[in-house]
Structure formats: C-alpha cells, structure tokens
Ligand binder design. Structure first.
Ligand code: ADP
Ligand code: MG
Length: 254
C-alpha cells in the first residue's frame, strides 16, 4: 500500500470487462464464452459476419439482454449482481443503434432533452443548454426545431449520437451506426465518431467500416460463431490476420 491507501500496482478497472460470457436463446447458443475488455479511453471495433453474435454481445454489455452465464463489469461493477443499481450503470453507457430510434413526434431539441429531464432530473434550461452544445458538436445546431422525418438518415444518426452524449455517458456503444445509411451520408457520421474518439471517449463500435477501424480503433476484435476468433491492433489484424476464418471474412469485405 502507498500513502494514498492504494496498492502500488493500482490501475483503474477497465471501462468494460466481459468474462466467460455465454448467451443462449432456448437451445441456440449465440455467445460461447466471450472474454473481452475495453480500457477507459480506448476505441474497440468489433467485426464479424452477420449472425456471429456482435449485437448480442453489445446488448449484454448494458443488459438489454440477460447473459446466460459469465460476468460483465462496467468500471469494475458487476452488472449481473442483483445488488447493482442497473439504471445508474446504464446512465453511464450511451448507445447508438443502426436504426436511429428517434422519437418521430418530437423535435430534435425535445429528443435531446427528454431523457435528461426524466433520468437526470435536469431543469429545462440546463437540459436545453446541454442539448444545444451537443447538437453543435455534431454539426446540427440549426436543426433543433426540425422533426426527424425532415432530416436525412445521416443527420438523424448524428442527432441520435448527440442525444446519447447529452446524458454525459462515460462510454458509448455503437451497433453498426452507418449500416442503414446511403453511402454518401456515412462519412459525416464517421467524422463525428472520430472527433469523439479524439476527445478521449471510451467506445465499443460494431462496424463494417474497416477504414474507420484501422484509423480510429485502438483494438480490433473479430467474432465468428459466437466466439472471439482473433483480436489485436487493427493494422495487424487487417493486414496480417492469423486465423483462416479472419482471412476468409476479410477477403470478402476488404
Ligand atoms: P450479429 O449482430 O453479429 O449479426 P446477432 O447478435 O444479432 O448477430 O445474432 C446472433 C445469433 O443470435 C443469430 O443467429 C440470431 O438469429 C440469434 N438471435 C439474436 N437475437 C435473438 C433472439 N432475441 N431470439 C432468438 N435468437 C436470436
Ligand atoms: Mg448485429
């Protein structure tokens, strides 16, 4: 122990730590023992074929899905422990989906203030100020009065990111955030995510954007058939995949 009371080797717990995670639906085992972690400030990209369990893994991380076995620790706290305040843990995790999931009957600004007020109990002025700051950050300050249907898919996704950021999360989970977008709209969304990464946000990103993974990712994880087949520095995994399954997948997508 040091004078501060912390052990000499003290290091903060990973933002996300998954140990021996299994998930099955009935007899169908979708995750077959996943070990995986994301350090604070890291950007970890997850790739793999459709049906390999990427979304299920992401959804287990904030317990939108109930794990069948294993442990999930968020900043050192076991979210499967019944004593854990799940709402409190979830409030530290921002989530962005392939489908933007904005409330269609609410303006952009209202979309950004609603949960701030109901979950964080913020007053209207404070919530509006935070919302406007985050809209400016994603380049959509002038759209606060628009309804989602009047925005492009790329703009809607940037609003969804701004909405998640307005909750001041410690980390952000992205599930194929650009897969539903027309190709010409993908770049703006990736740019916002890159800015976020450069600010030091902890991010777990399921994506097919190999350029983003290579440029922005600190780690790349390749999943297939419910297991992590391979992980490493993006440049290494992409340029020199070690496993035949990784090679085969990359040869189809690169
Ligand atoms: P990915 O995101 O990599 O495409 P998913 O995690 O969505 O993969 O799905 C992995 C497997 O789990 C698929 O075979 C899928 O059909 C199955 N699955 C996902 N969600 C459910 C569910 N709610 N009930 C039953 N099977 C599911
Ligand atoms: Mg998926």
């Amino acid at each position: 122990m040091t004078a501060s009371g912390l052990p000499q080797s003290y290091s903060p717990a990973p933002a996300i730590e998954v140990r021996g995670l299994h998930k099955h639906y009935g007899r169908h085992e979708v995750l077959k023992g996943i070990d995986f972690h994301v350090d604070s400030g890291q950007v970890v990209c997850v790739i793999g074929p459709s049906g390999s369990g990427k979304s299920t893994l992401l959804r287990c991380v904030n317990r939108l899905e109930e794990p069948s076995a294993g442990e999930i620790l968020i900043e050192g706290v076991d979210i499967c422990d019944r004593r854990t305040d799940l709402d409190e843990v979830r409030s530290r995790i921002g989530m962005v989906f392939q489908q933007f999931n904005l409330f269609p009957h609410l303006t952009v600004l209202k979309n950004l203030t609603l949960a701030q007020r109901s979950v964080h109990g913020r007053g209207k002025d404070e919530a509006v100020e935070i919302a406007r700051r985050n809209l400016a950050k994603v380049g959509l300050a002038e759209k606060e009065s628009a309804y989602p249907a009047h925005l492009s898919g790329g703009q809607q996704q940037r609003v969804a990111i701004a909405r998640a950021l307005s909750m001041n999360p410690d980390m952000m989970l992205f599930d194929e955030p650009t897969s539903a977008l027309d190709p010409e709209l993908v770049g703006d969304v990736l740019e916002v995510m890159k800015d976020l990464a450069q600010e030091g946000m902890t991010m777990m990103v399921v994506t097919h954007e190999m350029g983003f993974a290579r440029e922005v990712g600190d780690k790349l994880v390749f999943m297939d058939g419910g297991v992590v087949v391979e992980e490493g520095r993006p440049v290494d995994v992409l340029s020199n995949p070690q496993h035949e399954r990784t090679q085969s997948f990359l040869s189809k997508v690169l």
